[in-house]
Ligand binder design. Structure first.
Ligand SMILES: NC(=O)c1ccc[n+]([C@@H]2O[C@H](COP(=O)([O-])OP(=O)(O)OC[C@H]3O[C@@H](n4cnc5c(N)ncnc54)[C@H](OP(=O)(O)O)[C@@H]3O)[C@@H](O)[C@H]2O)c1
Length: 293
């Protein structure tokens, strides 16, 4: 693949996106991580209905608890250890992750609603193709429109290839790839935009990430194919690693720093994403911090 530097021209022409208050935007994996940060920012300019999809349970169905305000894993873990009800380290980790996700989802919903949007959260595993298909049908039945889609769902289970199980490979690959066919089958041509969150791993590869790189390269190719069906914008964004939110753990962050790979700061990334959606014209863009290529 040949990389070509390209300057995004902003503000000269009108944004390609027009979303009125009745518009509906579907965001796969949109309640947590970088997708949530970017969509909170985006929704301030485009308040409408956002349907966020993830496997976690809807936090609005849970009763309020003393850990609801905690947004950092360390705080949650420390609380659970002090409380002493759970003893086994693996169980403490599991519960920490669950509460962290729950609180992130609640924060996303609250922030978007503060900006004037209506937020629907749907608990659904995207590897369940039939479930996703019937969910999208329900969305069309209820709203009669889907104006835009952002597919930001993904997960990492890094391991060297010889140590990977096919189940683990499947989870990483399917989460990204299974929704593609369903979207292609259901979305109507008047959809204004479909954005895939891919990774630089599909361009450069990455140690321990054959599954993840393969899945992302399918997203990249599919963006070109889906463009034939959708009149609006279809774009795969090969993100570099981010700082401050998402799947890059502190350990991975240190590893990137050691290798001289700069991380995308949240504030800059939010603005870049918004502009790319408003004015970008490419089917595939690679966005990373620094000047490493
Ligand atoms: N963060 C980065 O530095 C970076 C760099 C390059 C590319 N990206 C891409 O950007 C996207 C967002 O990354 P992130 O860092 O924000 O990740 P994240 O914080 O781990 O969030 C991933 C989201 O995907 C959802 N998800 C995972 N598996 C799912 C499944 N089977 N069904 C439904 N939802 C599922 C998760 O919700 P549940 O857990 O509730 O299911 C969560 O909302 C990913 O596609 C990633 O590959 C990220």
């Amino acid at each position: 693949m040949e990389l070509v530097p390209s300057q995004l021209i902003t503000g000269v022409e009108d944004s390609h996106i027009k979303l009125d208050k009745e518009a509906v935007v579907l965001v796969l994996g949109g309640a947590q991580g970088i997708t949530s940060e970017l969509m909170i920012h985006f929704s301030k300019d485009y308040p409408c209905t956002y349907i966020l999809v993830g496997r976690s349970a809807d936090p609005r169905n849970a009763s309020p608890g003393p850990l609801d305000a905690l947004q950092h894993k360390d705080e949650i873990r420390n609380y659970l250890v002090k409380q002493g009800d759970i003893k086994k380290p693996a169980e403490i980790e599991r519960e920490t992750a669950r509460i962290f996700k729950n609180n992130q989802i609640m924060r996303t919903i609250t922030q978007m609603e503060k900006g004037g949007s209506t937020v629907v959260y749907e608990s659904l595993d995207l590897c369940d193709e039939a479930g996703l298909s019937s969910f999208i049908n329900n969305v069309y039945d209820k709203y009669n429109r889907i104006d835009g889609v952002v597919h930001g769902a993904g997960l990492l289970e890094d391991k060297l290839f010889h140590s990977k199980t096919s189940e683990s490979f499947g989870r990483v690959f399917d989460t990204k790839v299974i929704p593609l066919r369903t979207l292609a089958e259901h979305l109507t041509p008047d959809t204004q935009f479909v954005i895939f969150f891919s990774s630089i791993a599909s361009v450069y590869g990455n140690r321990g990430q054959t599954d993840y790189a393969a899945a992302n390269s399918v997203l990249d190719k599919y963006a070109w194919a889906l463009k034939e069906k959708i009149n609006g914008k279809v774009m795969s964004i090969n993100w570099g690693p981010w700082k401050g939110a998402g799947m890059v753990s502190p350990t991975l962050e240190k590893e990137y720093e050691r290798r001289g790979i700069a991380l995308i700061p949240l504030q800059d990334g939010r603005e870049i994403f918004l502009n790319e959606l408003k004015y970008g014209k490419e089917s595939q863009v690679l966005i990373m911090a620094g000047n490493n290529w």
